[in-house]
Design a protein around this ligand. Structure first.
Ligand code: 26Q
Length: 820
């Protein structure tokens, strides 16, 4: 019997083959007798899309029928990467598709590699949002993501002569089969203009008369859960010229200019801003933020009003999650709509806003907190500025009652910053208005409470929580490391760990099982071979599979200390050069791999990339060194590059100056893949050490509590001889480009070593030496590697999302039935 709830589409190889061929013929419009890998990808993705849509419709209907409290996850960035492999695995039909394709003469892996990345985000925060969407879907939560559909995602990194250049990311040029354009789901978003006062029924009402209107059109992206029929929605907004709001020039007869001006509306969603605080205060960035917030809030309120008539029930139906301060105008937008359009009293509207909103911060740097110049806000969103002033006044009175006339503190807490440029402190607005303020790791939460938001913590201690970040084992193990995945399943005797990752701890009992060691090493070797081929293709460098693959991949930033890594490589090179020939036999061979993008305006980060290339040039061409040491920079690091690199690495580095990385999530992906960590006790590494034991991680460097004193000392202490020697090599032009690297070295030598490379150098080298010793004993290393995977369960985004659901959002699972 055909069960309606099972959907119309069949998933046996014959039906899948027919579906692919139909799409070749009618969607891609190529002959079914003649199509290439890319066309096969297009057809395949449309076939998968059909199946996604079916589940997505059913989930939508089910949520509508049950009308549970929903979570709305607002993030200006989502780093989704590729969709195809992840979707077929979550739908449970990967092998069927692989069979169907192979009968058509295609290889699934080759076809899947045709897909480009969706890179609508910068780094950690954006990938975290993507992982959390996967967990929300898998755990059946009634959730929906909102974001922006940038025409150009994160810039492509091109390396020319070792220098980074940026190119636009034309990700939509070949079409995007994963999105569904919803031309009928659109909202007007207003900008500029003035606020008028009207007297209605004896009361004063404020009405915003906008100067410009732009239409937000929805593009829906189904997000399938694993092992469930649920598929949730990620709704991304694109800006289109407004149809309703005719430009004045139409009436004045300047038709060409009117059309041209309308087209300018689209610039709002055209480009993702690279993570660079110097972009603060830019009008277009603010326009993006408001555009995204306003469309999302209108959509949420529309959905609520479809079935509810009383806003008292709003907090029972809606939880709003703000990903960092970027969507914080949503607080003000909800207030504006409730006050000016729904005509609720201030107190009632305020009560609702506070009950629904929660905020997670992803930064530790006070100076990095976002600010909006008042002049800019006044011109772009005049009504919102009025509301912010009112909110601030209300809080200042409340705080005064609580803390008395401590004006210095009141002025620190104020949402409005007086000063040469009067600004709105967006973080203060978020902390004041949200019911919960979350950090992303335990130590991050301590920093928030004791430094970043200390004044607020003392007033509202109950607001402050933390949820240690996690990553999805579906993408980061099942999709990217099928070999390891099969091995884990074999030893645990079940696939259940894919939904319940705590089961990985069952591997502990096999940690010293030599049969497992054999298989484990084999899987690693296959992954290293793939990575070595990629390295040779990208950089022309041939690397030895016997060497330890030592990897640091993440955004390039001074606090992440890629420079420390490079100086360590120089030291290793220098040691080998000065070694007696006989001693070289004892050296553990290394391939040091670095990858990451520098923000286009971040001069120091760009110099670090060039230094990496200059050092690599010298080392890799030194015939005396051979396979003992190689340094490679992997260009254009992105999600799909990470999926290739992580499974193939032996050691990974997470070496930020203690107190600077809010959490870090790369480490968790390496950990799950059985890759050992060389790390400082920063962010979530502190919790990783607790889980897997200090003996299974190479820890080094100053503790967070020691950093301030070390900084004081740095100006008056001489750096160690080892450190001075490597810095001198760079400074004296050993690797060329002496003048260009001068500023990198000067900072380190002139007592201006803010990130403490000098003081951590000796302990960094010791940790590296410990890693060498461990690697020399392959059975010991393999045991540690198994224990890393076994201890990684806590770092699944499934755990993070469960915690948010229970402790912050108050939502329950809502599972779509899979049969009738
Ligand atoms: C701000 C203003 C203008 C333009 C861009 C931005 C901007 C964009 C992105 C500012 C910050 C970001 C991203 C921050 C981020 O990725 N933070 C990281 O979040 C991870 C997930 O919680 C943590 O693991 C990392 O420690 C944290 O650095």
């Amino acid at each position: 019997m055909f069960g309606l709830m099972d959907g119309f589409l069949k998933n046996d190889p014959v039906s899948l083959q027919k579906s692919i061929l139909d799409h070749v013929e009618y969607t891609v419009a190529r002959s079914r007798f003649n199509f290439d890998d890319f066309e096969a990808y297009q057809a395949l993705s449309h076939s998968v899309r059909d199946r996604l849509i079916e589940r997505w419709h059913d989930t939508h209907q089910h949520f509508k029928k049950k009308d549970p409290k929903r979570l709305y996850f607002l993030s200006l960035e989502f780093l989704m990467g590729r969709t195809l492999s992840n979707s077929v695995i979550n739908l449970g039909i990967r092998d069927q598709y692989a069979d169907a394709l192979s009968q058509l003469g295609f290889d699934f892996e080759v076809v899947a590699e045709q897909e480009g990345d969706a890179a609508l985000g910068n780094g950690g925060l954006a990938r975290l949002s993507a992982c959390q969407m996967d967990s929300l879907a898998t755990l059946d939560y009634p959730a929906m993501g909102y974001g922006l559909r940038y025409q150009f995602g994160l810039f492509r990194q091109i390396i020319l002569d070792g220098f980074q250049h940026e190119q636009p990311d034309y990700w939509l040029n070949f079409g995007n089969p994963w999105e569904i354009e919803r031309v009928h789901v659109s909202y007007p978003v207003k900008f500029y203009g003035t606020v008028k006062e009207e007297f209605v029924n004896g009361e004063t009402r404020k009405a915003w008369v906008p100067g410009e209107m732009v239409e937000a059109v929805a593009y829906d992206n189904p997000i399938p859960g694993y092992g469930t029929r649920n598929a949730i929605n990620l709704r991304l907004w694109a800006a289109k010229p407004s149809g309703q709001y005719d430009m004045e020039s139409y009436n004045t007869g300047d038709y060409i200019n009117a059309v041209f001006n309308r087209q300018k509306a689209e610039t709002i969603s055209s480009v993702l801003y690279p993570d660079d605080r110097s972009y603060q205060g830019k009008e277009l960035r603010l326009k993006q933020q408001y555009f995204f917030v306003s469309a999302s809030i209108q959509d949420i309120i529309r959905r609520f009003k479809d079935v509810n008539s009383n806003f008292d029930d709003f907090p029972e139906k809606v939880a709003l999650q703000l990903t960092d301060t970027h969507p914080s105008l949503s607080i003000v937008e909800v207030m504006r709509i409730l006050l000016d359009e729904e005509h609720l009293a201030w107190k009632k509207a305020w009560d609702i806003v506070c009950k629904i909103s929660s905020f997670t911060t992803h930064t530790v740097i006070l100076e990095g907190l976002e600010k909006i110049p008042v002049d800019l806000l006044e011109s772009l969103l005049p009504r919102h500025l009025q509301i912010i002033y009112e909110i601030n006044q209300m809080f200042m009175e409340e705080w005064k009652k609580k803390i008395g006339n401590d004006y210095a503190r009141l002025s620190r807490m104020s949402i409005v910053e007086e000063g040469s440029v009067k600004s709105i402190r967006v973080a203060n607005l978020s902390v004041a208005c949200c019911h919960t303020v979350n950090g992303v790791s335990r130590v991050h939460s301590e920093i928030i409470k004791s430094k970043v938001f200390k004044d607020f913590y003392e007033v509202w201690p109950e607001k402050f929580q933390y949820k240690t970040n996690g990553v999805t084992q579906r993408r980061w193990v099942v999709v990217s490391n099928p070999g390891l995945s099969a091995l884990i399943t074999k030893y645990l005797g079940t696939e259940a760990w894919i939904r319940n990752v705590d089961l990985l701890s069952g591997l502990r009992q096999h940690a010293s099982d030599l049969a497992l060691h054999q298989d484990w090493k084999m899987v690693k070797k296959v992954n290293k071979t793939r990575l070595a081929e990629y390295i040779e293709m990208m950089s022309g460098v041939k690397v030895s599979l016997d060497a330890m693959f030592d990897v640091q991949i993440k955004r390039i930033h001074e606090y992440k200390r890629q420079l420390l890594n490079i100086l360590g490589v120089i030291h290793r090179y220098d040691c080998i050069k000065n070694m007696a020939k006989g001693d070289r036999m004892k050296v553990v061979p290394r391939v040091c791999i670095i990858g990451g993008k520098a923000a286009p305006g971040y001069e120091a980060a760009k110099k670090i990339i060039k230094l990496c290339h200059a050092v690599a040039e010298t080392i890799n061409n030194d015939t005396e060194i051979g396979d003992l040491l190689k340094l490679v920079f992997i260009p254009d690091y992105n999600v799909s590059v990470a999926e290739l690199v992580i499974p193939g690495s032996d050691l990974s580095q997470h070496i930020s100056t203690a107190g600077h990385e809010a959490s870090g999530t790369g480490s968790m992906k390496f950990l799950m893949n059985g890759c050992l960590l060389l790390a400082t006790a920063d962010g979530s590494t502190v919790e990783i050490i607790e889980e897997i034991g200090v003996d299974n991680v190479f820890i080094f460097g100053a503790k967070m509590s020691e950093v301030p004193a070390l900084r004081e000392k740095v100006a008056s202490t001489k750096a160690s001889l080892q450190f001075s020697r490597v810095v001198r090599m760079v400074k004296d032009g050993y690797f060329g480009f002496k003048d260009y690297f001068k500023s990198l070295c000067d900072n380190l030598e002139n007592g201006d070593d803010f990130y403490l490379l000098g003081s951590d150098f000796a302990s960094y080298l010791e940790a590296q030496a410990a890693a060498d010793r461990a690697f020399a004993d392959q059975e010991k290393w393999t045991e540690m590697s198994i224990l890393c995977t076994a201890g990684s369960g806590r770092f699944s985004s499934d755990r993070t999302i469960e915690e948010y659901a229970k402790k912050t959002w108050g939502i329950e699972p809502c599972k779509c039935p899979s049969d009738s």
